[in-house]
Design a protein around this ligand. Structure first.
Ligand code: DC
Length: 224
């Protein structure tokens, strides 16, 4: 059976995961959050006191790492690092920059590539990330590039961190977003960029329901 893949790429805070999660439940697709894979490696590097920008050091520890994804009874994606559930830990704000730094190393990207492709071969997926439409699933039937201004993304992220009980000042959140935007779009391998055949959706002035409707419309048109 041929599976359907929906690739959603874009910068941090554009609303990819919230939209993808909700749409996957509606469509009965498996939601794959690929940022969580990079975060898991970032977390390992962080907890072992390794400099995340040191490609050699990061590459050297890859054979020690087993990254697994599973779906909990809550229906949510859980990340296992050498058998330990690190789903919560990888969301700590300090892990974001570690994930961004380790994701720039080609051996890290190669390490995670096949896992992502295998999931799409065996399931209908909505996969979100930075390079899904360009590198991971270049043949995806639906490709969406989701974006919003840095200020609006920082505003959403600021609120999310507050609700999660790990608040940070708005200025810090904005600077973090701008730094990650720069890192993620300037790395040499698989940088964040819109695939030529992706549909651009700017959610700056859309609320959640409007953005969801717009994405649903694109999916319907492309899978008709
Ligand atoms: O989506 P996120 O914020 O959880 O992702 C964390 C970092 O991982 C992000 O700064 C860049 C990297 N990433 C990537 O390089 N490629 C992906 N497909 C997903 C995330």
């Amino acid at each position: 059976m041929k599976t359907i893949s929906v690739a959603i790429d874009g910068p941090s805070g554009a609303g990819k995961s919230t939209l993808a999660k909700s749409l996957s439940a509606k469509l009965g697709y498996v939601y794959v959050d690929t940022g969580a894979l990079y975060r898991t490696i970032g977390y390992y590097v962080f907890s072992h006191g390794i400099e995340p920008k040191d490609q050699e050091a990061v590459t050297a520890i890859l054979p020690e790492i087993r990254v697994e994804m599973c779906y909990g009874e809550d229906g949510l994606q859980h990340m296992l690092l050498n058998g330990q559930d690190v789903t919560k830990e990888i969301r700590l704000p300090e892990i974001s920059m570690y994930a961004s730094a380790v994701s720039a190393h080609p051996p890290v990207r190669a390490f995670l590539l096949e896992m992502q492709r295998q999931l799409a071969r065996t399931n209908n997926v909505i996969m979100d990330g930075r390079d899904i439409g360009t590198v991971v699933l270049p043949d995806a039937q639906v490709k969406i590039f989701l974006t919003a201004t840095a200020e609006e993304r920082a505003r959403r992220r600021h609120l999310e961190l507050e609700q999660r009980g790990t608040p940070q000042p708005f200025e810090t959140v904005l600077q973090d977003i701008q730094q990650r935007d720069y890192n993620d779009s300037h790395r040499a391998v698989a940088p964040l960029k819109q695939a030529e055949d992706a549909t651009l959706l700017d959610t700056t002035s859309l609320n959640f329901a409007e953005a969801e409707q717009a994405v649903l419309q694109i999916i319907k048109e492309k899978t008709r």
